[in-house]
Design a protein. Structure first.
Lengths: 407, 407
């Protein structure tokens, strides 16, 4: 009888829990990738699944030196509460970097965030009511889908191809309903590796110009270009309608969790309130270290090293694919970034491939989670930044074997 | 003519901006305190307004040593992306601290956040739909009011007196409508300095037990007791209905932005998703430093030093008030924490006092922002933690002079 009452207690408790949560959280899944990374944390599995920068390239000695310097120069002030905007000198240094590229950005437009992921959350918090329209790339960045989902928008996916956003589809989506945001990763997009062409950017800007839509240009990989030439930011075409997201995660270290938002003054003011309410401010200690690092080292030289490595690893992955994947498998050749996007033969589901691959000790990310409302897709994402060439070769060889078996 | 078109352009743009924002952000004011701190950043003004711990007490040498050790032992891993829950060893150390106080908390219940402010944001995100009931202390912690406000709850204020929450009012509030949360700072409350008595805690727990209400027990100051004896946590009375918020900000340093939530498993799971979506994870580098600091140093000894200083400064402030304030001014004698709560004679508005005080080069926080829906109050908050005794004496003397003039 006791177990009967226990059961009743559990049922009542569960019913209680179901009414407990806010609507916004009920349908949001855990990050598929972060959960999958746990499954594949088995060290005998070659993971081409993550989105990690290469740890061997972290400028550790330089960061240690910068930390020592910060301790010496700034003493105890760096440990006190500080302002919500972020460390002014760091913001000025970020602004100067934009100016050097011909973009008019001043420190007052820059809000330091806990990685650009927090930028996404703050934008959702400040801009999105239930049901507001958000145009999102298809396939699109999972972290953005997850962050915005909490504010319950209506997602309008627009496919990306090797040129960039599908302009025809964008036009029809824009005419169907109002939208507040267009979220885009125009350089070496996650997951597809695609870079929008200059023509495509201009075309997108032309369609957006007359609408009340902000472009959120998320550019964590922009500096990591190993082929072709840099394309202009949307901010060149639509200075008042472009919000920029940036991050030190891919060019210095991700562990400091330091990114930023560049926003027009009216939006900035609201973002600042949301930042205060969210966590008062981002750790200034690590902001000072990062600033010190940037002062004493050439970030351009460091990034050149990263680019060289990623270029080689990307080439190695493409060569391995050409050698080991069935010839019916296609991929997009990226000009930079960290990812290769693979298309399997029609009808072959990447989700079905996944458990077989794990059995063969290799992992990737199936395409499904990068789409808002599609399933069973024949696409997948491979990461080439975090693994060395030998591992890439072996991993691709294993994956090719599983693909051949599934054909 | 050009200016006419410019004007039209501005009007159209403003109309555009007003429809742009999410409803949740429109009415949320900037943090009054953080804005006020800017006004009073003039170094000739004695600020009794802030809520800062004393910078001279930061264990800087120990943190430098801990940082060196972390660099030596953990190398480059601390700079990589990491898990959203937080550094396991740090969470275990926090759990052990609860166990030592007789509270059953395990590391799996602990989520590391960017200060406990982020804990408030995540709880709002996960639990609050528009219009959900939140019981809040009156006066209550501004940061909680601000963080929850973004999720548009219905606030039910319940007055606090020197005993704790007003039980009669709590009972009537609970009978009037449903509530999801009761937010409480039962130890040395911010702003009032009040500590709930054991009887009061039991009384609150009895009223809450049968309701579907969670108590959010925010305890940033609990360790800073300089008089009386420690009271039990609500978790003792209501283990399944109590969510704990904790922070290293007041006992080690605030600049690292490291706090935590202790939550039941079902809520924890949702909080973790919200944490992923909000910023992936809190900086692990500073978590490792903090853990290393806790391993190599006696936090109890450090806290004893902080307590000794705050006790003296609190006493100095009370003595100065007795000497310099008009006798009609009352205050609550705190048993710990960082704040003194002052009640002016009836009819004297602290908001009116404020600009006069600033003119006399002394600042405090008027009571108004600590109330959800009251204005023109005769209460104010003084901080005694961040200033030395001489400054306290001079500040209180100046303030007493302004009070006497306003009488």
């Amino acid at each position: 009888m006791e177990s009967f009452y226990d059961a009743i207690k559990i049922i009542t408790y569960n019913a209680f829990m179901n009414t407990l949560f806010a609507d916004r959280i009920i349908d949001v899944p855990k990050s598929f990738i972060r959960e999958m990374l746990k499954i594949t944390s088995d060290s005998t599995i070659i993971s081409l699944a993550g989105g990690l920068p290469k740890r061997d390239l972290f400028p550790v000695q330089e960061i240690i030196a910068a930390t020592d310097e910060v301790f010496k120069v700034y003493g105890r002030d760096i440990f006190q509460y500080s302002n919500s905007e972020g460390y002014l000198a760091l913001r000025e240094s970020i602004a100067n970097n934009y100016l050097a590229k011909g973009l008019q950005v001043s420190a007052e437009n820059i809000l330091i965030t806990n990685g650009s992921q927090q930028g996404l959350d703050l934008l959702g918090k400040v801009l999105l009511n239930d049901g507001d329209g958000v145009i999102i790339e298809e396939p699109g960045y999972l972290g953005a889908i997850q962050a915005f989902s909490l504010y319950r928008p209506h997602f309008s996916p627009v496919p990306v191809s090797e040129e960039g956003l599908d302009l025809e589809k964008l036009q029809s989506v824009l005419s169907e309903r109002e939208h507040k945001l267009l979220y885009a990763v125009p350089n070496f997009q996650n997951p597809s590796g695609i870079t929008y062409s200059s023509n495509n950017r201009e075309g997108v800007a032309d369609l957006i110009r007359e609408k009340k839509v902000f472009i959120v240009e998320d550019d964590p990989y922009g500096e990591l270009r190993f082929a072709g030439i840099a394309k202009p930011s949307f901010r060149k075409y639509l200075p008042e309608q472009t919000i920029l997201l940036g991050s030190f995660s891919k060019i210095v270290v991700p562990g400091f969790r330091i990114g930023w938002i560049v926003a027009p003054p009216e939006i900035y003011e609201k973002l600042l309130i949301a930042k205060q309410a969210s966590d008062l401010h981002t750790c200034h200690f690590t902001q000072y270290i990062l600033y010190q690092y940037l002062q004493k080292n050439s970030i351009a030289e460091h990034v050149a090293k990263v680019i060289k490595t990623y270029r080689e690893q990307c080439q190695c992955m493409m060569d391995s694919i050409d050698a080991y994947f069935p010839s019916s498998v296609e991929y997009i050749k990226p000009e930079g970034g960290m990812f290769l996007w693979v298309t399997l033969p029609k009808g072959m589901s990447a989700m079905e491939l996944f458990p077989r691959a794990v059995k063969e000790k290799v992992a990737f990310v199936p395409g499904d989670p990068f789409y808002v409302n599609k399933k069973g897709l024949n696409t997948l994402r491979l990461n080439f930044s975090s693994v060395d060439n030998d591992t890439i070769k072996t991993g691709i060889q294993r994956l090719g074997k599983v693909m051949a078996e599934l054909q």
